[in-house]
Ligand binder design. Structure first.
Ligand SMILES: Cc1cc2nc3c(=O)[nH]c(=O)nc-3n(C[C@H](O)[C@H](O)[C@H](O)COP(=O)(O)OP(=O)(O)OC[C@H]3O[C@@H](n4cnc5c(N)ncnc54)[C@H](O)[C@@H]3O)c2cc1C
Length: 216
């Protein structure tokens, strides 16, 4: 693994400031990012740990549903009485994937932003991956998982997004609340993710250093 700097953010503003000044990445449960760093597929210069920010509650929004804050674990979401009774599809989607141990560590924000499981992306021995290295080509197009995605593919990339939870949230018209250097905004989940098009390295419409606060 390449060496990197590590810092705990103490407030949301502190986290965003640090990400802006260092170009670093946020660290939540680490179940995806750390794996990719070990493989060399992600090489951030700095990690900004979000653990001290709170953001770990599920709140009822009268007349509007619920707010799942970004650091709530996948296990806590799946087992929460409000989610189990009012949005069982979210609970079922989460419990259909990974393992108990991973769901205990994985967070709501990290789940949305996990990278593709296309093996050509994660394995740096494959030099061609437009998602990992823009302009390098796509080994998957003629490779083992050339039919990885059925819809929304491009001549540059056929990778799918791996989040089961995101599919359930899309059905429910969820909204992602984010904060960045220029303030907060709310992004409908359906316009949060990007199809690969001619810029497969961009998985979503987040702006640099924007932090997910929660999912409504
Ligand atoms: C063996 C294994 C099996 C799995 N199986 C499944 C499965 O079947 N279905 C499924 O859906 N998933 C599966 N996963 C993926 C797992 O759900 C994700 O790894 C997890 O949800 C990522 O969350 P995290 O908090 O650990 O994110 P991290 O690894 O900490 O971060 C992931 C990304 O999100 C960014 N990030 C995190 N939080 C924020 C935030 N608040 N704002 C902005 N950026 C943020 C990080 O910078 C990073 O880029 C599996 C993972 C493993 C290791």
């Amino acid at each position: 693994m390449k060496s990197f700097e590590f810092t705990h953010a103490s407030t949301i503003e502190d986290a965003i400031r640090t990400a802006v000044s260092s170009g670093g990445k946020y660290l939540a449960g680490g179940t995806n990012l750390i794996d990719l760093m070990k493989d060399g597929a992600e090489t951030p210069r700095k990690l900004v740990d979000l653990r001290r920010l709170g953001l770990n509650e599920i709140l009822s929004l009268p007349g509007r549903g619920v707010m799942i804050q970004a650091r709530v674990s996948n296990s806590a979401i799946a087992n929460h009485p409000l989610i189990r009774t009012q949005y069982p599809v979210v609970s079922q989607a989460i419990l259909s994937g990974a393992t108990t141990q991973i769901r205990n560590m994985a967070t709501a924000g990290g789940n949305l932003l996990q990278r593709t499981r296309c093996p050509y992306f994660a394995e740096v021995a494959f030099k061609s991956c437009n998602k990992r290295e823009p302009g390098s080509g796509c080994a998957a197009l003629d490779g083992f998982n050339r039919e990885h995605a059925l819809f929304g593919t491009s001549a540059q990339c056929v990778a799918i997004h791996p989040s089961d939870m995101a599919v359930a949230l899309a059905i429910l018209d969820a909204i992602v609340h984010v904060q960045g250097p220029d303030g907060t905004r709310a992004v409908p989940l359906r316009s949060f993710f990007r199809a690969p098009g001619d810029q497969p390295d961009l998985d979503n419409t987040l702006l640099p250093a924007e932090l997910i606060l929660g999912i409504e």
